[in-house]
Design a binder for this molecule. Structure first.
Ligand code: ADP
Ligand code: MG
Length: 260
């Protein structure tokens, strides 16, 4: 069994930890099933590869900082008929990421913008991609802090490296001139280099006010929307639906005026 020990040590030295661990069991199984050498080798190396993929996904999932893990499969399209299910399914194939296009999810609160953004982000993680989630207010706070501490250039990498960057909740916070310039620089640098999934409760016509600068807003939207899939959600908030189901009425039934 010196040879077996030697083989295991070699696998470990080469960083094939799972293969090293499974060597004994795989050998025994192969002998039992009268497998060929090639079959044995394929199974051993496949286990190693699968384990690596699982670990890589776990690591990337942690680094992505998603607010939750709701998938596209969890989304009830019947509840939101203004969404074209086929369009979301097409986006779910991630062809837009390969083409470095953006996805813009628009609509009032509670209609599922974050859910869909996270669902698409999970698909990208499954496909082996690096993903990062942030809200606009976190993004701006983080960049300004980095700027103050003189490490802005290094910090950009967090937002430029991922194949998919989610910027959630654009519209709740109005940006001043300096903040708007940081956002503009980010959108410009990712333009035709990496995808952005952005959600907003504001119409594009309101972005001048949002960024405290009409010209900057026009230039920013020009880049953001040049290669973009815009999903406009016009519908009911799902949060209220859950309350209706629990028996809470949205409004008290109207008192009919006494008829006399
Ligand atoms: P938004 O980001 O547009 O404000 P969210 O995506 O946060 O809305 O949705 C609010 C909550 O309702 C979340 O828990 C989300 O998972 C759920 N939700 C919204 N729309 C749907 C839907 N069509 N099917 C299933 N869950 C939904
Ligand atoms: Mg949201």
């Amino acid at each position: 069994m010196v040879e077996l020990e030697h083989a295991r040590a070699l696998l470990e030295q080469m960083g094939l930890q799972t293969a090293a661990q499974l060597l004994d069991a795989q050998l025994e199984q192969s002998l039992h099933a009268q497998q060929t050498y090639v079959q044995f080798l394929n199974e051993l190396l496949s286990s190693e590869q699968q384990q690596r993929q699982r670990k890589s996904r776990e690591t990337r999932l942690k680094l992505a900082r998603l607010p939750h893990r709701k998938s596209l499969e969890d989304f009830d399209f019947a509840f939101q008929p203004s969404i074209d299910k086929r369009q979301i399914e097409e986006l779910g194939t991630l062809a837009f990421v390969a083409r470095e296009e953006n996805v813009i999810l628009l609509g009032p609160p509670g209609v599922g913008k974050t859910h869909l953004a996270v669902g698409l982000a999970l698909r990208a993680l499954d496909a082996g991609m690096v993903v990062y989630y942030t809200t606009l207010s976190h993004l701006i706070t983080d960049l300004k802090k980095a700027q103050l501490q003189g490490r802005l250039e290094r910090r950009w990498r967090v937002y430029l490296r991922p194949a998919v960057l989610v910027i959630d909740e654009v519209g709740y916070m109005q940006l001043d001139r300096q903040e708007a310039e940081l956002l503009f620089r980010l959108i410009s640098e990712r333009y035709e280099h990496g995808s952005i999934i952005l959600t907003s409760n504001k119409y594009f016509s309101d972005w001048g006010e949002l960024l405290s600068d009409n010209i900057l807003a026009t230039a920013l939207l020009d880049r953001l929307l040049h290669h973009a899939h815009v999903v406009n959600i016009r519908g009911q908030t799902y949060r209220l639906r859950e309350r209706w189901k629990a028996g809470v009425q949205p409004v008290p039934p109207a008192e009919l005026p006494a008829d006399n």
